[in-house]
Design a protein around this ligand. Structure first.
Ligand code: F6P
Ligand code: MG
Length: 468
């Protein structure tokens, strides 16, 4: 097969070559922590297995495989620290292996090393290579090394979760009132929409690959919900097209919205809140399709199973108990179950739909689920995954959640910050109607007014990556 014709970026990609970049910080400080955490998770399980008194042959095999995974991860960490060349991913029977190996071949030796490689490729490669260690075993194939972390942050978000559940249930109850005069600027429905969509935007600030650097108080602030908190937070939005999104949604009747998901736990919950609002409280949208990842990805991204447990946990009255600062009241619990019951009805009726079967095994996605865990930018969607693009073209609005999706939309390049978003989208521009909801956690950014970059460089030097 001939090599794909990829979009030629007019600017360099972000790379750890630049020691001022967040890519560099990621290489030297953050990936090692992510990998060490995976080693700890596997070691803990191995320890549990070795403590069992009646160890079967299967347990022995699992233990040995666990040890091999630990040594492979340690090797990758060592390679990173010693600027080794990235090596081809071994045959592990999972999807999306050749695309990484084929691209690796085209780089000259200097550009194929951990400290000089482009960041987007290298970071996607980290998670694909990590996956291959698990995929090539018998007993760890279905294991998500980040699962416990995802559950922990979901549990620690109960205050915001309950607040949003109550707001959402009330909106559904008052639906008839809410939609009166919705065409008018500043209608009750528009105000409610702005609240739900901003909660969904800030939900992105809480991803686990970044929480390494984020304090708990910061997290609470970012999860602040309610009109006043939203107004306060709105000042931090550097590029705000939500009114345009609203104007577009208002033109729809029984339309379809797609959400290219980012993180599990609280962020996914806010995605579902927005989806519920659109599907239950407005006449604009009849169906919301959610696109998860096929392999454990950037620590906290949604896998098919994460979608299921996020909803089921809301029906489990003890789920949040261990983390809530004050125990949830019977009224709180009733709100959560009413919400979850409605979401289950939406799933049964097809109003909510996961783009792949819910029981899809890790690393085995259908064609529609594959593209998101390749290394490719979305500028290359038309060339690389025309089928996925064709499917997205059926949608009235595709919402891309989060920082990595944003990096991929603009190719993770050093665009001048005033470059129009449509220009940075390259060949994807005009092909689908899209909205990106992203909190800044990486160097690349476009679409800013003149002067903003200069002001922020003075006032908040970490503005590109702080998530705030
Ligand atoms: O470095 C921060 C980071 O890990 C980036 O590498 C990545 O773009 C981002 O966090 C993941 O964030 P999100 O979950 O919003 O895509
Ligand atoms: Mg993520």
């Amino acid at each position: 097969m001939s090599a794909p014709e990829l979009f030629k970026l007019p600017y360099d990609r972000v790379s750890p070559k630049d020691k001022q970049s967040f890519a560099y910080t990621t290489l030297v400080k953050r990936w090692p922590v992510v990998l060490t955490n995976v080693v700890s998770a596997v070691s803990n399980l191995n320890h549990e297995i070795s403590m069992q008194s009646d160890n079967s042959k299967e347990a022995e095999e699992k233990l040995e495989e666990g040890k091999r995974i630990i040594s492979q991860i340690s090797q990758m960490k060592y390679d990173m620290g010693h600027n080794a060349a990235l090596t081809p991913i071994e045959n592990d029977g999972d999807i999306n292996r050749e695309c990484y190996n084929d691209e690796l071949k085209i780089y000259p030796d200097y550009d194929r090393r951990w400290s000089t490689m482009n960041w987007l490729f290298a970071e996607c490669y980290v998670y694909r290579r990590l996956r291959s260690y698990f995929a090539s075993t018998v007993h760890w194939k279905d294991y998500d090394p980040f699962f416990e972390q995802k559950v922990e942050t979901y549990k620690s978000s109960s205050t915001a979760i309950v607040h949003l559940a109550k707001a959402m249930n009330q909106a559904v109850e008052e639906k008839e009132e809410l939609i009166k005069n919705y065409e008018k600027p500043g209608s009750a429905l528009e105000i409610a929409f702005m609240e739900m969509i901003q909660a969904d935007l800030w939900g992105n600030a809480t991803d686990l690959s970044l929480l390494i650097d984020l304090k708990y108080e910061d997290l609470q602030k970012l999860q602040a919900v309610g009109a006043a908190a939203q107004e306060e937070q709105a000042k931090f939005i550097l590029r705000n097209d939500l009114s345009k999104a609203w104007d577009h949604l208002k033109t729809l009747k029984g339309g379809r919205v797609d959400i290219v998901l980012d993180n599990a736990g609280f962020e996914l919950y806010t995605d579902l809140i927005l989806a519920d609002f659109l599907a239950s409280c407005t006449p604009f949208v009849d169906q919301v399709i959610f696109h998860p990842k096929a392999i454990p990805w950037f620590v906290s991204d949604v896998l098919p199973y994460d979608f299921t447990w996020a909803i089921d946990s809301l029906l489990d009255t003890s789920f949040f108990a261990s983390h809530a600062s004050t125990p949830l009241s019977p009224e709180d619990l009733a709100s959560l179950s009413a919400l979850a019951a409605r979401w289950k009805r939406h799933l049964n009726s097809g109003r909510f739909k996961l783009s792949v079967p819910e029981n899809t095994k890790l690393g085995k996605a259908t064609p529609l689920g594959r593209f998101w865990t390749t290394q490719y930018s979305f500028q290359d969607l038309p060339e690389i995954a025309p089928g996925t693009l064709q499917e997205l073209r059926k949608s009235d609005l595709v919402i891309f959640k989060g920082d990595l999706n944003y990096r991929k939309l603009v190719g993770d390049a050093w665009w001048p910050t005033t470059t129009p978003f449509e220009v940075a989208l390259g060949p994807l521009a005009g092909k689908i109607t899209l909205l990106s909801l992203r909190t800044n956690k990486a160097d690349t950014i476009v679409g800013l007014e003149e002067g903003i970059e200069e002001r922020l460089n003075k006032e908040a030097p970490d503005w590109r990556v702080s998530g705030k």
